[in-house]
Design a protein around this ligand. Structure first.
Ligand code: C2O
Ligand code: CU
Ligand code: CU
Length: 458
């Protein structure tokens, strides 16, 4: 099998292969996918994957409306491809193997280059050897700054995720067959920025923008802050324009894999006082995942001083003229085994979209789940036919939830919709970004055992 034989879609070949001539722009820092060792607990864990020597993947910073050049070089013997989750960028830069580009072999570099249209909290992770490389650490935050400074005193990024380690600090298998067929296989070491309950110093009395990402392969985090002097200002990257209640210990926020939440936090006035990001894990007391500690003399800011973040330039769907498409997420009746086109297979099919399991990364003759006309509005009805929760993610487009059969959904722009047990949610979007856009569950074991497809916009 040759890698180049499996490219799906028509526009993809030109987009991916035409990039060789772009070259490395001056000042663009090469991102090198490399092995790493790190003390996630007391012992050093080997066999991790990062972009930094023996440190977590860095936060990547960009600015809304300004070009970013991100040359990614693969030094691993396994194939890879890098995806920029939530960014509405050209399809050829989306990092999905066979759909938008060829997998990157050892020693190869892909020159990602795009201009983020939206400000907010996004993230990056591989989309080839996804299970293995993500489980071993390759997940990082991307911060796209607003064109105009929104007026915080400081910022804190928190990347929440688990690792699955044995008592000696070595990796356990990334997944189990049992887990993949149910809610997924859970990690046992719970980290923020690869650390256990790190504490970060911020000016007393100041306003901190706290950006929280769930980059776990499986876990839906239940989060809250132990302070009520805070506000949710963005959800999955985009500014919220409706009142969203602050989560509490009693009513925590469900943050599914792939999702982000931004808080504006007022730091305590007294030096040494803290605000903590808390998480509720099943069968455990509330746990501090990360702390913000007040330092210095108070700068006496007030949350009221913050102007709302400017809205991102996302087209609002026209619901009257919108065409409806249905998607059913559930088990797969016939099972079978996905193929392995250099991007890793778990060896099983358990899940499906519209009752068809995705045949594997390098699948040939697989069509889109739906073809949408460029510029038109659509309603997508997402039906969860299973008892398990699924964070359903669509690449390249932002969408807004309209309604659910079991709860009221605030109309918050997003790229990832967490479907609850037996839930049916309608979402709406304008199909304004052409290309083949991956559409899958972000529980990686579900994604890699059939719960994947793509939507074509032409
Ligand atoms: Cu965050 Cu298809 O991915
Ligand atoms: Cu994505
Ligand atoms: Cu799922």
């Amino acid at each position: 099998m040759k890698r180049r034989e499996f490219l799906l879609g028509s526009g993809a070949a030109a987009g991916a292969l035409g990039l060789g001539g772009l070259g490395l722009a001056a000042g663009a820092q090469e991102l090198v996918i490399q092995p790493a060792s790190f003390a996630l607990r007391d012992q050093v864990t080997r066999g991790m994957v990062s972009l930094s020597p023996d440190a977590p993947p860095p936060v990547l910073y960009g600015k809304q409306g300004e070009a970013m050049r991100l040359p990614v070089r693969n030094t691993l013997p396994d194939y890879t491809a890098m995806h920029w989750h939530g960014l509405r960028i050209p399809n050829g830069m989306d990092g999905v193997p066979y759909l938008t580009q060829m997998p990157l072999g050892q020693g190869e570099t892909f020159h990602y280059e795009f201009t983020p249209p939206d400000a907010g909290t996004y993230w990056y992770h591989p989309h080839c050897m996804t299970m293995d490389q993500m489980a071993h650490g390759l997940t990082g935050v991307m911060v796209i700054a607003e064109a105009e400074d929104p007026g915080f005193d400081s910022e804190q990024v928190i990347n929440l995720r688990d690792f699955r380690l044995d008592d000696a600090g070595a990796f356990l298998p990334d997944y189990t067959q049992r887990g993949a067929a149910r809610a997924g296989t859970f990690g046992n070491v719970h980290t923020a920025n690869w650390l256990q309950a790190p504490v970060y110093d911020h000016g007393a009395g100041g306003l901190v923008r706290l950006r929280v990402l769930n980059s776990d392969t499986t876990r839906i985090y239940r989060v809250n802050l132990d302070s009520s002097n805070a506000r949710i200002i963005a959800w999955d990257g985009h500014p919220v324009d409706v009142e969203v209640p602050l989560p509490s210990a009693k009513e925590p926020l469900l943050l599914g894999p792939g999702q982000r939440v931004d808080f504006a936090v007022k730091m305590p006035e007294g030096e040494g006082q803290t605000v903590n990001l808390m998480v509720k894990l099943p069968g455990q007391p509330l746990r501090v995942m990360a702390g913000l500690r007040a330092v210095g003399a108070s700068v006496a800011r007030d949350l009221q001083e913050l102007k709302p973040l400017p809205a991102n330039p996302i087209a609002r769907p026209d619901l009257k003229g919108a065409e409806l498409h249905e998607f059913v997420f559930g088990w797969t009746p016939e099972g079978g085994e996905p193929n392995n086109g250099f991007c890793g297979s778990l060896g099983y099919n358990f899940w499906s979209i519209n009752r068809k399991p995705w045949p594997g990364d390098a699948a040939t003759d697989v069509g889109p789940l739906a073809t949408l006309e460029l510029g038109k509005s659509y309603i997508l009805r997402l039906r969860n036919e299973s008892p398990n929760l699924h964070p359903i993610h669509l690449h390249g487009l932002a969408f807004v939830p309209l309604k659910s059969n079991i709860r009221t959904l605030p109309r918050l722009m997003t790229d990832t919709m967490l479907l609850l047990k037996d839930e049916v949610v309608e979402i709406a979007l304008v199909a304004d970004n052409p290309g083949d856009w991956a559409f899958h569950c972000h529980v990686i074991e579900h994604q890699k055992t059939g719960l994947t497809g793509f939507i074509r916009v032409v």
